[in-house]
Design a binder for this molecule. Structure first.
Ligand SMILES: Nc1ncnc2c1ncn2[C@@H]1O[C@H](COP(=O)(O)OP(=O)(O)OP(=O)(O)O)[C@@H](O)[C@H]1O
Ligand SMILES: [Mg+2]
Length: 413
């Protein structure tokens, strides 16, 4: 028998000290460059320790700007402090991407507040006002301050409206006797309040906190603090963290992306049995992340979108750049024939091309051609090593006939 499959991974020191410290579930105790945001939350929540309701808040910011991490950190410190001084504080965090109806959010809050002997609110079936009354009564039974964090709340509001927020914010206007309640809404859509009825907006958002995207040098500090716990000493080449930070700074300063890059870079070095992590591992990690993002985006396109994308790419493969909508349409008609599909109108195809542009799969710049009107210059944005034809065929068997079909393609001089 040869070496055990796991043996080489356990040999030597290992590049990770604690790989969980670079994972998504880790709760960092130190959050560099978020002092001001932390301070605002602390200042507001301090009222809960005196038995008053803190103001409701909305936290905004791009993905990966630390909204969830900051809120969890401050909430857990608040609970710890409350326990120490004997002031009951209950914080409940709900992710509204997963729990996405008014009923389910209220049921979740009610069940989190259950005391011994209280019944479980069922998944569905109770009348809405019964669930709400149950939440109210359980808040009072528990006394103290209740902080309800509605993370990614924009998802819920855009799906089902702001009724839930109206009900929850009404708890503090006379409905609670023995307790108080405060709502923290977290959103990465800055225009989120436009979805709200003005009455709900004015109740909900006396305090707005905007989390600015991190810049490259701030992301370096974020990575350094996490790397100290997560990665063995002396194994990172000095350029690794700056490169991860610079690449993530381009992705709207996303700390999650920066951490993913660093974690995957170390994994790549481990897989290659190397003792040092270098910029070449960061490049591999970046490629993998791009692949991981782009593969489902292309695979999940509807068939008509795939036919359009195919028509752009096959022209490009044939040496054509800055393709016009007309050139795409000519190929697209043949692709439809090979797929046995009826072609859409040029107008519809033009709008689907704009959708592909919005998704970042292609770029379609509109240019003016003087009196001949306007036209598009279309180019692929897919990474060179990515094989879109393969992904399209695996996800849609009809695409095999399309990819293997014959096309009369032009080549511009
Ligand atoms: N200042 C920081 N220091 C250390 N780690 C951080 C910092 N800011 C963010 N992180 C980490 O980056 C990742 C993303 O942060 P977080 O989940 O808080 O972002 P978010 O703003 O809630 O994003 P989304 O809008 O996508 O939910 C988490 O792993 C978090 O621990
Ligand atoms: Mg979040």
């Amino acid at each position: 028998m040869g070496e055990n499959l796991f043996e080489h991974l356990q040999r030597g020191e290992g590049l990770f000290r604690d790989r969980r410290a670079l994972g998504h579930a880790f709760k960092p105790a130190d959050l560099p460059h978020r002092d001001k945001e932390i301070e605002t939350l602390v200042h507001n929540f301090a009222d809960a320790l005196k038995g008053f309701a803190p103001s409701n808040m909305i936290l905004y910011g791009m993905p990966g700007s630390g909204k969830t991490a900051v809120t969890r950190h401050v909430s857990s410190q608040l609970q710890e402090r409350g326990a120490k001084i004997g002031q009951p504080i209950h914080t409940i965090e709900i992710n509204c991407r997963n729990i996405d109806t008014k009923y389910r959010v209220l049921a979740e809050i009610g069940n989190a507040l259950r005391l011994e002997g209280d019944s479980q609110i069922p998944f569905t079936g109770w009348p809405a006002d019964k669930v709400f009354e149950c939440v109210r009564a359980r808040m009072d039974a528990r006394t103290g301050a209740h902080i309800i964090v509605l993370d990614e709340v924009d998802h819920l509001i855009s799906r089902v409206g702001d009724d839930l927020l109206y009900s929850l914010t009404s708890l503090n206007t006379g409905l609670l006797d023995q307790s108080c309640c405060s709502i923290v809404g977290i959103s990465n859509d800055l225009a989120f309040t436009e979805m709200l009825d003005p009455r709900v907006e004015s109740r909900l958002a006396p305090i707005d906190v905007v989390f600015k995207p991190y810049n490259a040098s701030q992301l370096e500090d974020v990575l350094f603090t996490r790397a100290t716990t997560g990665i063995s000493e002396g194994v990172l080449d000095s350029d690794v963290i700056p490169l991860c930070a610079a690449l993530a700074a381009k992705e709207h300063g996303d700390a999650r992306r920066a951490l993913d890059l660093l974690r995957i870079s170390v994994q790549k070095a481990e897989m290659h049995d190397e003792k040092m992590v270098t910029v070449s591992h960061v490049r591999m990690a970046q490629n993998q992340l791009e692949f991981d993002q782009i593969t489902p985006a292309v695979a999940n396109l509807p068939l008509q979108q795939k036919l359009i994308l195919f028509s752009i790419l096959i022209n490009e493969k044939n040496g054509l750049k800055n393709i016009s909508t007309g050139e795409v349409y000519g190929t697209y008609e043949s692709a439809c024939e090979n797929a046995g599909e009826k072609p859409l109108t040029t107008r519809r195809v033009s709008s689907l091309i704009s959708d592909l542009d919005m998704m970042g799969i292609i770029s379609a710049k509109t240019i003016s051609k003087g009196r001949q009107g306007r036209s598009k210059r279309i180019n692929s944005c897919l990474p060179p090593a990515f094989d879109p034809f393969q992904v399209m065929q695996v996800s849609d068997t009809i695409m095999t006939d399309v990819v293997n079909g014959r096309y009369r393609l032009q080549r511009r001089l």
